[in-house]
Design a binder for this molecule. Structure first.
Ligand SMILES: Nc1ncnc2c1ncn2[C@@H]1O[C@H](COP(=O)(O)OP(=O)(O)OP(=O)(O)O)[C@@H](O)[C@H]1O
Ligand SMILES: [Mg+2]
Length: 479
């Protein structure tokens, strides 16, 4: 294959991809692990030096997730206002809508489990929540991906109820109300009932106008905690536990009815809840300190309560149990901090996911050089304020990448993958070109940028006569 460098005049002529995975230079091993991990909803720990694409990989992973199906709402609980009730709404029942459309004239009909709404088939034990494969409810583990299946039944159903459900029966296994407004503007009450290992009975009843009104009123009062359409890529810096776990706002009237704001309206979701069905990205996970254990509990239970954290606030009296938080964890960590990750948390990630070490350099090959040139072109396009680079400027950037691999990683014939730094160099060179009124970034701009882009420490040392490439500083040098 011809190299991009052959006949290259400027980076403007380079074709770039907008696919988030194709934009990643190198890290081939990490890319392929992340791709399979996220499809199977596994947790991932990314380890490596700053600026080599850890956050970028997590964001790319998000693009592979299927859209979320559950909206988390809170409902006023009249018997215990400080214990709001969690409602998991699944506004899109498109499958059942079409089934009911077909069967509008029947009050009762039978379907095979694959025609059930996705979530209902998971709850009834027909479908694997991870890969979606259908199997009989008697199989507790999916035959295809070996994930555990999830049996879920309405609160109040006893073990006996579950037993009967597994053993097949005529008891309604689940009830659900769907509001199917586009079917002649009517709402239906629909019950699904298991009648064998591969058949479900659907019973439907048209709601009268009062019932429909009640349903709508009830919904209006709900507080939407995590909207269905919210972007579920949530990033946490580890700075505040409240950010991770959620909180309840203070109200001077407490939950005194008719005076204060009702408790369920004051609940703030934590990042772990906002990331439900999505990705929770934690930068420097070790910095969470003791809060790592809360994270571990959330990962195990897939639900986590929200309560007020300030003991002096009226919010402290409020607690919402079982708020869903079924996220895929992406965490980043520096090698030195690996030892500060809680051992059970690390073992959970290892047991249910991957620990991935990212490369800080890559052997210099013609293919990788092409990727670097694409990276330079993309950096210009993304910045939007700087001109493209000439071929000579590109060559100079490549030389810098090679020097960095030697200086920082002691590797010859290699290029650095510390691309945040290299991107910074390109942007400074671009600013210098703009300052000079040049239409293109020239080699000279890159050379000037090299001096400017060096950290203050390094520049000061050079100013004082010390060369940054020397690896140790002699003590008597300072005084
Ligand atoms: N492998 C890479 N391929 C392409 N661009 C990269 C790569 N690594 C880093 N970059 C560039 O550097 C920027 C910063 O990368 P990113 O934020 O993913 O690094 P990080 O490893 O998460 O760093 P930190 O440890 O500081 O959080 C990216 O926006 C991208 O422009
Ligand atoms: Mg990052």
């Amino acid at each position: 294959m011809p190299s991009i460098m052959d006949g290259l005049e400027t980076t403007k002529q380079v074709e770039i991809s907008r696919d988030p995975f194709e934009m990643i230079v190198g890290q081939e091993h990490a890319v392929s692990l992340v791709q399979s991990a996220v499809k199977q909803r596994r947790h991932v720990l990314l380890c490596g030096v700053p600026g080599i694409g850890k956050s970028m990989l997590a964001k790319a992973a998000y693009s592979l997730l299927t859209p979320s199906r559950e909206e988390i709402r809170l409902r006023y609980n009249p018997s215990q206002p400080d214990r709001p009730e969690v409602i998991i709404a699944r506004p899109e029942y498109s499958d059942s809508e079409s089934i009911i459309q077909e069967n509008l004239i029947h009050d009762e009909f039978y379907i095979t489990p694959d025609r059930l709404p996705f979530d209902i088939s998971v709850k009834m034990g027909f479908r694997c929540p991870s890969c979606g494969q259908i199997s009989t409810p008697e199989a507790s583990v999916c035959g295809s991906c070996e994930s555990e299946k999830r049996f879920d039944w309405a609160p109040g159903e006893s073990y006996h109820g579950l037993f009967r459900m597994l053993d097949v029966v005529r008891e309604p296994a689940l009830r659900t109300i769907t509001n199917l407004e586009d079917i002649n503007d009517d709402s239906y009450h629909v019950t699904y009932e298991r009648v064998g290992s591969d058949e479900v009975k659907v019973t439907q009843r048209r709601l009268n106008s009062d019932e429909k009104q009640d349903l709508e009123d009830e919904r209006d009062q709900d507080r939407v905690l995590v909207p269905l359409k919210a972007r579920r890529f949530i990033r946490v810096s580890g700075a505040s536990p409240v950010e991770l776990l959620g909180d309840v706002k203070h109200d001077p009237f407490g939950s005194a009815e008719s005076l204060g704001l009702a408790a369920h309206q004051r609940v703030i979701p934590g990042a772990m809840h906002e990331a439900h069905e999505g990705i929770l990205y934690i930068d420097e996970i070790a910095a969470l300190g003791s809060y790592q254990s809360h994270l571990l509990t959330a990962m195990q239970d897939k639900v986590y309560p929200i309560s007020g954290h300030n003991p002096l606030s009226s919010g402290a009296a409020v607690r919402v149990d079982d708020v869903p938080c079924d996220f895929v964890l992406f965490a980043s960590c520096n090698l030195e901090n690996l030892k500060n990750i809680l051992p059970p948390l690390r073992s959970r990630i290892r047991g249910y996911g991957y620990e991935i070490m990212l490369d800080s350099w890559i052997p210099k090959t013609p293919e990788i050089i092409d990727d670097f040139v694409r990276f330079m072109s993309l950096t210009v396009e993304e910045d939007g304020r700087i001109p493209h680079l000439t071929a000579k400027a590109v060559e100079r950037v490549l030389e810098v990448a090679e020097e960095m691999a030697l200086r920082l990683d002691n590797q010859r014939n290699a290029l650095t993958l510390r691309l945040r730094e290299l991107g910074g160099l390109i942007r400074i060179a671009g600013d210098l070109a703009v300052r000079d009124g040049s239409d293109l970034v020239l080699q000279g701009h890159v050379q000037q940028a090299e001096v400017l882009s060096k950290g203050i420490d390094e520049r000061n040392l050079q100013f004082m006569g010390y060369k940054a490439s020397e690896s140790s500083i002699s003590k008597d040098y300072f005084f």
